[in-house]
Design a binder for this molecule. Structure first.
Ligand SMILES: *Cc1c(COP(=O)(O)O)cnc(C)c1O
Length: 452
């Protein structure tokens, strides 16, 4: 047997017994021994509130353009933001099978974000816009004070057509970046991993995006994309594994959530803890959102990442502290899951290292459980999500039913305050899934319904 980052599998298991369960693709719940206070953690992080504010302002500058070219955003004045809703019937249904979920249960519906129907409409679109702004400013075609709706013109489309944008994706990042780049006039190529759903490729091609299909997994698709971009002097590669721009685009979600909470009269403070459950693939999306949430709510927010049992890459990276030096495949975990948005075998090193003291923990969910939650959410709340997005919905069940979840609330001195808690599952995608595909998911879910 070869070694993985200097150790054999047996040695890794000896140091971290949880790995044994992960290899058997059992569901696990891990709490982070390096979790620390916000103040202490921030001393080691070079990104700050100022960076997130800048991203927020950039999205504001583009809002007049977005409202024009994506009329579905007009009502929100060109700001791409999703609703936050309570899901009390789902909560009741889950409680009928398992322990009570103390506190309120909410859903952050990024599944219904405009333009691309997933969390990627945050980071992905933001990075394309930033690149477009940088190019136009450098060419003296634009200043920060202009009305950016002028970008919706032949002159700008012609200008952007000299440049190309390249990205590697399991599907949704490709959708966001493809749709946005094509709208601006860029030449855009999306390298898709084998997990990518056919309808996502078809949709992109219908918008004039070049789609390159790879028979391999996400990491390989990214590598191919990176290589292609390097060959083109006018090419720009959006690096899902390392991009701070993507990360900051995601982070903007937090201050907007705070405003929604204020309207809904939801408190987050010492007496009212907030638990957020974020589906995690390579880590950029959940990482960026978690970072933003920590800036806004500090020690009163507890962020958990959720991964498929067959793709627990972030958990493996954090647990072993090897981050991107290690992959699930090296441990014999196959990275095969129907949660295509989370089918990633090697995590972002940048995200894992940045958040190593800010993430409360990571749990894994089986595909059967994702499907079961999918159909239960339809039956109870009439909300349709794609399988990946259900990973977050499992969060409160796991926190209350897993021993380590309960221990976490005790260790953090919030166990006695849980009746005041808010649980927010981040529903990361779903509204663009074609009806017949969604129906097949739903039928699948019925077969795995909870408790059956
Ligand atoms: C991409 C994606 C995620 C996770 O985001 P990462 O940045 O890959 O961690 C979660 N859910 C859905 C539906 C996604 O498309």
């Amino acid at each position: 047997m070869g070694k993985i980052a200097g150790k054999t599998v047996e040695e890794w298991i000896k140091n971290y017994p949880l790995i044994k369960q992960m290899i058997s693709t059992e569901e696990v719940f891990w709490t982070n021994p390096k979790y620390g206070t916000f103040e202490e953690a921030m001393k080691h992080i070079y990104l700050s509130e100022k960076d997130v504010k800048e991203a927020e302002q950039r999205l504001q500058r583009f809002s007049s353009y977005i409202a024009q070219v994506f009329p579905e955003t007009k009502e929100m004045n060109g700001i791409i933001e999703s609703p936050t809703v309570e899901i009390p019937h789902m909560q009741k249904k889950l409680e009928s099978k398992m322990k009570k979920i103390e506190g309120r249960f909410l859903l952050k519906c990024d599944s219904h974000l405009a333009i691309s129907g997933s969390i990627k409409a945050r980071g992905g679109i933001y990075e394309v816009l930033k690149h477009a702004e940088d190019l136009a400013i450098e060419a003296n075609m634009l200043t920060f004070n202009d009305d950016y709706s002028m970008i919706n013109s032949e002159r700008f489309r012609k200008f952007y057509s000299q440049y190309s944008i390249v990205v590697g994706s399991t599907g949704n990042l490709g959708l966001s970046i493809g749709i946005m780049s094509a709208k601006l006039g860029f030449n855009v190529t999306v390298h898709m991993s084998a997990d990518a759903k056919q309808w996502k490729k078809d949709l992109l091609r219908s918008k004039g995006v070049n789609v390159v299909e790879h028979p391999s997994d996400y990491s390989k698709a990214v590598e191919e994309g990176r290589k292609q971009a390097e060959l083109d002097p006018n090419g720009y590669f959006i690096d899902d594994e390392n991009s701070t721009t993507l990360f900051l685009g995601y982070a903007v979600a937090a201050s907007r959530l705070k405003k929604q909470f204020d309207v809904m009269d939801i408190k987050v403070d010492e007496e009212h803890p907030l638990f957020v459950y974020l589906p995690c693939g390579v880590g950029g999306g959940p990482g960026g959102v978690a970072f933003g949430l920590k800036l806004v709510f500090k020690d009163h927010v507890h962020c958990f990442f959720a991964e498929p049992t067959h793709s627990p890459c972030m958990l493996l990276g954090l647990l072993t502290e090897q981050h991107d030096k290690i992959s699930v495949q090296e441990f014999g975990i196959d990275n095969v899951t129907d949660a295509d948005g989370l089918a990633v075998g090697r995590p972002s090193g940048f995200v894992g290292k940045t958040l190593e003291n800010l993430i409360s923990g990571v749990y894994t969910v089986s595909d059967e459980q994702l499907y079961s939650l999918l159909s239960t959410l339809v039956d109870t709340e009439d909300i349709y999500l794609e399988p990946s997005a259900l990973a977050g919905v499992a969060g409160p069940i796991r926190l209350f039913n897993d021993h380590s979840g309960q221990k976490y609330t005790e260790d953090q001195s919030v166990a006695g305050k849980m009746h005041n808690a808010t649980h927010l599952a981040w529903a990361t995608g779903g509204s663009m899934v074609p009806k017949e595909v969604m129906n097949a998911y739903y039928q699948r879910g019925l077969q795995f319904q909870l408790g059956k």
